[in-house]
Design a protein around this ligand. Structure first.
Ligand code: DC
Length: 262
């Protein structure tokens, strides 16, 4: 089963995706982490992110997720764990240049589609439900007010030991929203069939529970429709012999009815 969570920076996507994955026994993929990993490797190899075509370089990278039991993950590039390095300011400032190019988005989307084959996943990003996984079973669009998202980002920085001005954090977010929403390819967009959740005044636990309920409802519906299909099929198979028996009874024939008919 595929569950997608899209929304702007600071809406709480990764936190809830992680907890949701843990509760459901699914795996969590943060698609932004792959854009960040490509950016980090380009910077590490002193490539010109804006000027060069880095498609071959990016395609040659061995990108792997290592899923941990607590619902979190580590990201490995060519065997090296880059999970922490991709969160640096330098990467954050450059990643939107990589994320706006269609060729690079196609590479990331191929990686994502390959990763999820045959499994149960929660994927978060900007275009997971609208573009990359249009047939996902359950889609969510998470958002929160700019003030609340800035407050959360500010707290995240503080936890990482980085002192920032709240006004600057808010401005950074506004700029990122503008880039995410207005780029030509893979722009942040709510998929028509997604559940909209405003997390501004909600606790993480509340949001996760709300999402879990929607997913379980969906799973239940799937089970019911599978059962319906099964009984329809059974009915089709049995219809002809039953009709023959009924015709026979009408003509006075003695028929034997066993529990396979019932
Ligand atoms: O969610 P994040 O801040 O880690 O995302 C990093 C960058 O990647 C950000 O510029 C948005 C972009 N991104 C994207 O364009 N499409 C996605 N599916 C996920 C992230």
């Amino acid at each position: 089963m595929i569950v997608t969570i899209d929304g702007p920076s600071g809406a709480g996507k990764s936190t809830v995706a992680n907890q949701l994955a843990k509760r459901l026994g699914f795996r969590h993929i943060d698609s932004g982490a792959i854009y960040r990993a490509l950016t980090l490797l380009a910077l590490k190899h002193n490539r010109d992110i804006e000027g060069e075509d880095l498609s071959d370089f990016f395609r040659g990278l061995d990108i792997r997720y290592e899923f941990l039991d607590d619902g979190s993950f580590r990201l490995l590039v060519n065997g090296e764990d880059v999970s922490d390095a991709i969160r640096s300011d330098e990467v954050s400032n450059k990643v939107s240049i990589v994320a706006k190019k269609k060729e690079y988005r196609d590479i990331v989307n191929d990686i994502l589609r390959r990763l999820v084959v045959g499994g149960d996943f929660v994927l978060d990003g900007r275009d997971m439900g609208s573009e990359v996984f249009p047939n996902a079973e359950v889609k969510f669009y998470l958002t929160a007010s700019l003030e609340e998202r800035a407050r959360r980002r500010y707290e995240d920085y503080k936890m990482m030991g980085i002192e920032k001005d709240m006004g600057d954090v808010k401005k950074e977010l506004e700029e990122r929203d503008e880039k995410d929403m207005n780029r030509e390819y893979g722009a942040l967009k709510k998929a028509d069939d997604s559940f909209y959740i405003d997390t501004t005044n909600k606790k993480i636990k509340e949001v996760v529970e709300e999402m879990e309920t929607k997913i379980k409802e969906r799973l239940q519906k799937e089970e019911e429709s599978d059962a319906d299909e099964y009984f329809q099929q059974l009915l089709e198979e049995k219809r002809e012999p039953i009709m023959e028996d009924i015709e026979g009874i009408k003509k006075g024939k003695v028929v034997h009815i066993d529990d396979s008919v019932v």
